[in-house]
Design a protein around this ligand. Structure first.
Ligand code: ADP
Ligand code: MG
Length: 746
């Protein structure tokens, strides 16, 4: 797609097709996303409907096993297109330089700065310049002529049409004046021809397009980098033999061999062997982790020294890496709400500009003639007509948002910040309140067992055996701590029946014939049991969490666990404050423990002892106060709260990543990443606003300047050559500004 207004024109055309519910066309990624009723329309039909606009749809290869060939393919096409443009630029630039040279000589000699060109040079130029212009217009400028043809034939105009009309009018006028010089001489100044303008304008615009396209390809290289993580082949065992096959041929259940220093080809489970695997891609952990039988491995991570056999569990588009690539691709192709304005403007821009250029020509002829005479006014009028058409193209306007989004989303992906869509990235910079889960977010999420205190002289081993048996069935971090402790102390566990989770409070289950409960003070209160509150409170104010074990009407003991703070928590909270956001901690843990942690890291407000459904309410309350709330949680048991928040951010520390659940997923989970995500959002939005400002200001000033509105006042009339130059460099500078985001530190 080579013109920004095309995106909105194509979008409108698709939307107006019968059977289409919604359509979104993105100039940055050159893709269309369409929701349609396949019984009423089809891919071919849609493609036909946009043909008058000079476009067609090329189907993206579907999610077969060969992953994302779509991206590779269009990248290849873009490279070819870039090569073509390059050849055009190289062929037309020397002609443009010659034209500028002639123009400059002519101008300077008029002011007696240099001597007039010798007769022979003048003669040569008279023939050379039209030839250059013809080459520029008919060969290099073909797309613009096609734009004119489509305008005449179908009444559909885009930016190509503007440039096409501008340059061909200049060309035709110049030809007529040259050919009929004798007849026309008494009426107009036949020396005023514009062949040089045609050549230079087309050369500059083509150069601009080339540079724009080159940078545009660069904005999207984050995906390419992700794709490079993917192994190309896999060593598979079939019929007892080792065989190297393309990655696309691996199916679920295949047994694969992974050799030292190679990439893990697909997601799977180790069935034999042991190795250290570099999982920095998903965990951010630079030290390779030891993996052996029954451990899961992730496609795209790197095996270091050992060798092992694995069974493929997820292949093709199902692997985590594929899902990450897909998410990045979709986010880059999605539209930020801020773009709506630019879209609306560029959609009506082209017809308005056409009308403006004609009005400007008319005004020069009617009013100008009274002051400057017909001949001079005609020449002014033509210059402003061509100038307006050339400078008014909303190219930069169309590039402003998508290029910044592509770069922002890509930069995020490289930092382990996966953004679901542009709207989320946009919203994040407005966040005023961040709600954090305590366990696993501010704290390590791996508590340590600090005291074990059975009541009534019960042997510690028996007490722990009961508790560990129950906790074995729970997935809470506290449960892991207790079972690990029991294992380390060789405590035998027993079978538990009728196990149940009591949300936000604890667990219960039956061992033998006895029913047991394990949980917090609230749970004991529910059971009507009086815990030794004083002793417990003494511990909780020091940040410890009690787990109380009870059976048949009595408490049989307590253990205390303590979850240490993550080292970066305090600093991250400080940085959030610096960014002007309020930090709220939300936890199911008891008030004392929560307060202790809060005071350690400088949290503004704590909500403790919150049941899961209350967590949603806390967020709703803030939203009712017109705050924009972001919630950061582990994504699994906090899912409802994440969904309620304006921006739900899921944190993942392991290889088991649920990336679809939240607006943003932080891959290498720690809260300093949240700070980076907010900075990224601010950075991207600032880039977009700068881009939009430059794009707008340039058109707002450019059009009247080219139209000659300032001529009566200051004698300013923009030469179309400069219009072409400005137009080329405006889009290049917008893309360049977006690329700058890539270099900035987060
Ligand atoms: P959070 O994730 O903030 O800890 P939860 O709702 O998961 O919130 O848990 C709330 C509280 O319930 C915990 O702080 C703990 O006191 C108690 N609890 C939950 N699950 C267990 C368990 N398996 N064993 C003991 N206590 C538990
Ligand atoms: Mg939790």
């Amino acid at each position: 797609m080579h013109c920004a207004s095309c995106a909105s024109i194509i979008e409108r055309s698709l939307k107006n097709t019968k059977g289409v519910f919604s359509a979104e066309v993105n100039y940055g990624t050159e893709t269309a996303k369409v929701a349609m009723d396949p019984s009423m329309t089809s891919h071919e039909h849609l493609s036909k409907s946009i043909e008058p606009l000079g476009y067609s749809l090329s189907a993206q290869t579907h999610e077969d096993h060969s992953m994302h060939t779509g991206a590779d393919q269009s990248k290849h096409e873009k490279q070819m297109e870039l090569g073509k443009l390059y050849r055009k630029v190289v062929s037309v630039l020397p002609l443009a330089i010659l034209s500028i040279f002639a123009m400059a000589w002519d101008l300077l000699s008029q002011f007696n700065i240099v001597a007039t060109p010798p007769m022979i040079v003048d003669r040569a130029l008279t023939y050379l310049l039209p030839i250059c212009a013809a080459y520029a217009l008919f060969f290099v400028g073909r797309p613009y002529l096609v734009g004119v043809y489509r305008f005449l034939r179908f009444g559909r105009a885009n930016m190509d049409t503007l440039i096409g009309i501008g340059t061909s009018v200049a060309f035709i006028y110049s030809i007529i004046v040259t050919v009929f010089a004798g007849t026309l001489r008494p009426y107009i100044e036949v020396e005023n021809v514009y062949f040089d303008v045609v050549t230079v304008v087309i050369a500059f615009i083509t150069l601009g397009k080339y540079l724009e396209m080159r940078s545009k390809i660069k904005t999207g290289d984050a995906i390419e980098k992700l794709l490079n993580l993917q192994a190309k082949t896999a060593l598979i065992i079939r019929d007892g033999k080792e065989k190297e096959v393309p990655i696309a041929e691996v199916v679920e259940g295949d047994v694969l061999i992974v050799k030292p220093a190679s990439k893990i080809p697909v997601d799977g489970v180790i069935i034999e062997g042991l190795s250290y695997i570099d999982e920095a891609m998903v965990t951010g952990e630079p030290v390779p982790v030891k993996k052996s039988k029954n451990d899961t491995v992730v496609a795209g991570t790197i095996n270091t020294t050992g060798a092992f056999t694995m069974r493929a569990t997820k292949v093709g588009s199902e692997t985590l890496l594929s899902r990450i690539v897909k998410m990045v691709e979709e986010a880059q192709g999605s539209k930020a709400p801020i773009q709506a304005l630019a879209d609306k403007i560029s959609a009506v821009f082209v017809p308005i500009v056409l009308i403006l250029s004609v009005i400007s020509l008319g005004l020069w002829l009617i009013i100008g003639t009274q002051y400057f005479g017909f001949s001079q006014s005609l020449s002014f009028g033509l210059v402003s007509f061509v100038g307006i058409l050339v400078i008014a193209c909303p190219c930069a306007l169309g590039l402003a948002t998508p290029t910044a989004i592509i770069v922002g989303v890509g930069k995020g992906a490289r930092e382990g910040i996966l953004v679901k869509d542009a709207a989320t990235l946009e919203k994040l910079h407005k966040v005023t309140v961040v709600v954090l889960d305590k366990t696993g977010t501010l704290t390590r999420g791996k508590p340590e067992l600090v005291t074990v205190r059975p009541y009534d002289n019960m042997p510690i081993a028996r007490f722990l055996s009961i508790l560990a048996s129950l906790e074995q069935k729970s997935e809470h971090p506290i449960a892991d701590t207790i079972t690990d402790y029991a294992k380390a102390h060789n405590i035998v566990t027993r079978k538990v029946s009728r196990f149940e989770i009591i949300k936000g409070k604890g667990i219960k289950g039956t061992i033998g014939n006895n029913g047991y409960y394990a949980g917090n003070v609230k749970l004991m209160a529910d059971l009507g049991l009086k815990a030794d509150l004083k002793a417990i409170a003494d511990e909780t104010i020091k940040g410890k969490t009690p787990v109380i074990l009870a059976t048949k009407g009595k408490i049989i003991g307590t253990v205390m666990v303590a979850d240490a703070l993550k080292p970066e928590s305090a600093d991250a909270v400080k940085q959030l404050h610096r960014l002007g956001v309020k930090v709220v901690m939300l936890t199911g843990d008891n008030q004392n423990t929560a307060d202790y942690i809060a005071s350690q890291v400088g949290i503004d407000k704590t909500v403790a002892e919150a049941l899961p459904q209350e967590k949603i309410k806390v967020i709703k309350d803030y939203q009712a106060k017109k705050e924009i709330v972001s919630m950061l949680g582990d994504g699994i048991n906090d899912a409802p709260a994440l969904a309620q928040a304006d921006v739900g951010i899921a944190m993942s520390t392991g290889t088991d990543v649920a990336i679809e659940s939240a607006g943003i997923t932080l891959l290498h989970g720690d809260i300093s990443k949240l700070v980076k995500a907010i900075r990224l959002s601010k950075m991207t939005m600032r880039g977009i606003k700068q881009n939009l400002f430059w794009a707008f200001i340039y058109n707002i000033i450019g059009i009247p300047l080219a139209g000659g509105a300032f001529y009566p006042l200051f004698g300013w009339l923009l030469n179309p050559v400069f219009a072409g130059m400005a137009m080329a460099f405006s889009s290049v500078s917008v893309v360049g500004n977006s690329l700058r985001i890539k270099l900035k530190k987060l």
